[in-house]
Design a binder for this molecule. Structure first.
Ligand code: C2G
Length: 708
């Protein structure tokens, strides 16, 4: 039986390599050998490789003394391979069970065969059924397009063919070494079979900031690497057949990568000469097919006319942005913000303020605003909402994403926000951004998360870009400070004064205030109040930003057993798009999901039920009982997020899994409180200690105080 050697260069991918190897062990094609080439990895990765090769006798571990790059490592792998077929993988990828068998079955008399690449952000995926036809497509005229993605992964190739033609990976090139191997191989054949059912999962790292893959590295190095491989291949007459493919490949690279890189004008000097020299090699016929814009730039580049190129580059980026801006109303507004409104002078006493994406008048921004209304009347405020609403004070209001919204964003010196701003907004020089954030973290945040299960896989990258604009960040306790620094990679000023939003809970916790708020909310003053405030689930959504929630509390049972003594307030997270059906429970259940400020709901509630929401950290300031309805804790903890604290050990109340358990706990709330007394005290000390009712004042003084 034919043996397949799977060659995998490894460099510090201890996070991913086990899964890669496991996916090979699970192959239905059994006669395989795994050649792991350790390309000078650090100790922690070496340890993983040693362990893997100890337990799996099909692993051949080749250790290189230093980091030579994937080209050298793949060549070394071929030298050590004992199989008569070679298959290439990257150490952070994985394959479905049948990939190798399918390729082996279809390679027949051909020297090589290619499967399909499927890019994914997830750690594991099941094979996707494509159409099940298992039909091989033959690439003849367009055979070079097999090299289009510049990668040799998911290529199965006969070893004697490699040796016969002395095929090798470029050893001097870090990112594009595969391209040379592929072109050498492809010029030797007339046709290449391609099987789209043979899948390969190529991991797009969801964290291109702290753990980028080679192609995610945004640097001049990557571009220069590409140019050098093009020059080497294009200058060698043995690859004449590939010239047209290479020229087009370069032009695509120019449009997609070089143009983007040169958006930052300061980078032009770094690569100008190399780009100029490379483009001069392209056949004029191929150049003729490019757009007028590209043609002009390329012509200046080829002539080496740096001054002209800079001028064109600036103009063309403006035109590209304008064209982009013309494609929708929203984009037009961004364009006008970044290119026009941002040229108008900053208003030094104007504050642009928003809470929860404009969905409410609430949270720390509200309390900062109200404090400043009273003590800093010289400041003007622009509040952003999704629709116009009644609020105290004399703030202007703008509707999110309207033209006035963009206008005031650009002109306000200060921004105050508790969540995220749109990614495409440029922060202008002189802008000061106070980020108050919105909760002590329980669920792992951004760079502490492994997989991203929410609707936006680019979450980490976007988050990083956005958080670079923050100048100040509010922290509610020392525990949060540590996490924020690490998980947000935040290194500017941390405001360690507690949360402005919790001032209310410290200052207004009196029976008279509670009754006033109850009357305002329209709930009976003679009943006790249970507040149920769950969080959202990353994997349950309709579309991006629109999450769904299914109520698991049995309202019937609640009403039967508690209806005489209690009323229930329901409050879903602001990401939740669906409304809960509470018809039939009038006078017992109240839906306050769209009520502005949850702090007022805390104030009137005798008991809080929640799950993995940060609401309990705030509620604990009231020192009232908290129950945790954690019916899906395993999924939430193990698959979706992971927690920073041990829920079983450290929470100030019991974990409950059914409606009956929740009702039992409410009926026996005094005993529950007694049982959790000590834990509650420890919890309070750890998370609520900074809250002294003065957080708004201290925060404002820090950012706007007289010495600023
Ligand atoms: N919130 C609310 N109603 C809910 C849940 C939350 O009003 N049913 C508000 C609370 O102010 C809460 C904040 O939204 O503190 C954040 O909600 P979480 O459920 O904790 O979830 P998330 O928005 O993912 O933020 O560091 C904090 C984390 O990032 C959590």
């Amino acid at each position: 039986m034919n043996k397949v050697s799977i060659i995998i260069p490894v460099y510090n991918t201890e996070q991913f390599i086990e899964q890669c190897v496991l996916s090979i062990q699970k192959q239905t094609y059994k006669n395989t050998e795994i050649v792991l080439v350790d390309d000078g990895s650090d100790y922690s990765c070496k340890k993983v490789l040693d362990r893997l090769s100890e337990i799996n006798q099909h692993i051949v571990l080749v250790t290189l003394k230093q980091n030579y790059g994937p080209g050298f490592a793949r060549n070394k792998g071929i030298e050590h391979a004992s199989g008569n077929y070679i298959y290439f993988m990257d150490s952070d990828d994985y394959i479905p069970e049948q990939t190798i068998e399918m390729l082996m079955c279809e390679i027949k008399e051909f020297p090589m065969i290619r499967g399909r690449l499927n890019r994914t952000y997830l750690t594991s995926r099941d094979a996707i059924i494509i159409d099940g036809s298992n039909q091989v497509k033959m690439f003849t005229d367009r055979k070079f397009s097999i090299a289009r993605h510049s990668t040799a992964v998911n290529l199965l190739i006969r070893k004697d063919f490699i040796l016969q033609h002395n095929l090798h990976f470029d050893e001097n090139n870090r990112v594009y070494s595969d391209l040379s191997f592929l072109i050498q191989a492809l010029v030797e054949v007339d046709q290449v079979p391609y099987l789209k059912e043979a899948l390969y999962f190529k991991r797009l790292r969801n964290d291109p900031i702290t753990s980028p893959s080679l192609t995610q590295e945004e640097s001049a190095m990557r571009i220069l690497d590409y140019l050098s491989i093009y020059i080497a291949l294009r200058g060698d007459s043995s690859y004449e057949d590939a010239y047209e493919f290479l020229d087009n490949h370069l032009l695509n690279f120019y449009r997609a990568d070089i143009v983007m890189y040169l958006k930052n004008e300061n980078q032009i000097d770094l690569i100008f000469d190399a780009v100029s020299k490379t483009l001069a090699m392209v056949h004029p016929e191929v150049l003729r097919n490019t757009s007028i814009i590209a043609k002009r730039e390329i012509s200046a580049l080829i002539r080496g006319d740096l001054k002209k190129f800079k001028k064109l580059n600036r103009k063309h980026h403006f035109l590209r942005e304008a064209k982009w801006g013309a494609s929708s109303k929203r984009r037009f507004a961004y364009f006008v913000h970044n290119r026009i409104f941002s040229l108008l002078p900053l208003k030094k006493k104007q504050i642009f303020i928003e809470s929860f994406l404009g969905k409410s008048y609430s949270d720390s921004p509200k309390y900062i605003y109200e404090y400043m209304q009273e003590h800093y009347p010289e400041y003007e405020f622009v509040w952003c909402f999704d629709e116009k609403r009644e609020i105290p004070g004399n703030a202007k209001q703008v509707v999110r994403f309207s033209i006035p919204y963009f206008y005031h964003l650009a002109r306000s010196k200060y921004w105050i926000n508790n969540s995220r701003m749109p990614n495409l907004l440029n922060k202008r020089k002189g802008n000061v951004y106070l980020q108050t954030w919105h909760g002590t973290p329980l669920k792992r945040l951004v760079f502490d998360m492994d997989d991203v299960h929410s609707a936006n896989p680019k979450y980490k990258k976007h988050f990083y870009e956005q958080s670079r604009r923050w100048d100040y960040l509010s922290s509610p306790n020392g525990y949060s400070t540590d996490i924020f620094k690490r998980a947000f990679l935040f290194d500017k000023e941390m405001l360690e004064y507690g949360y402005p939003r919790n001032d209310l809970l410290v200052n207004n916790n009196t029976p008279a205030e509670v009754d006033t708020v109850k009357r305002k909310l329209g709930i009976p003053e003679d009943k006790k109040v249970v507040l149920y405030a769950p969080t959202w689930r990353d994997d349950e959504f309709f579309s991006r930003g629109k999450y769904k929630f299914t109520l698991q509390l049995d309202l019937d049972a609640l009403q039967q057993r508690l209806g005489d003594e209690y009323v229930v307030l329901l409050r879903t997270h602001y990401f939740i798009a669906n409304a809960l059906d509470i018809s039939g429970y009038e006078g017992f259940v109240y839906d306050f999901s769209s009520y502005d400020d949850i702090a007022e709901l805390y104030l009137v509630s005798d008991i809080l039920i929640t799950d993995y929401s940060s609401v309990f950290f705030d509620y604990a300031n009231l020192e009232r009982p908290i129950l945790f309805f954690t019916y899906d804790i395993e999924k939430y903890r193990d698959q979706l997020r992971g927690f920073y604290i041990d829920m079983e050990e450290e929470l100030p109340g019991p974990l409950l899994y059914t409606s009956d358990e929740v009702i039992d706990a409410i009926e026996n709330i005094d005993e529950v409180q007694e049982e959790y007394k000590e834990k509650y005290e420890e919890f309070y000390e750890r998370f609520c200690d900074w809250e002294d009712g003065q957080a708004s004042r201290k925060t404002v003084e820090h950012v706007f105080g007289k010495n600023k």
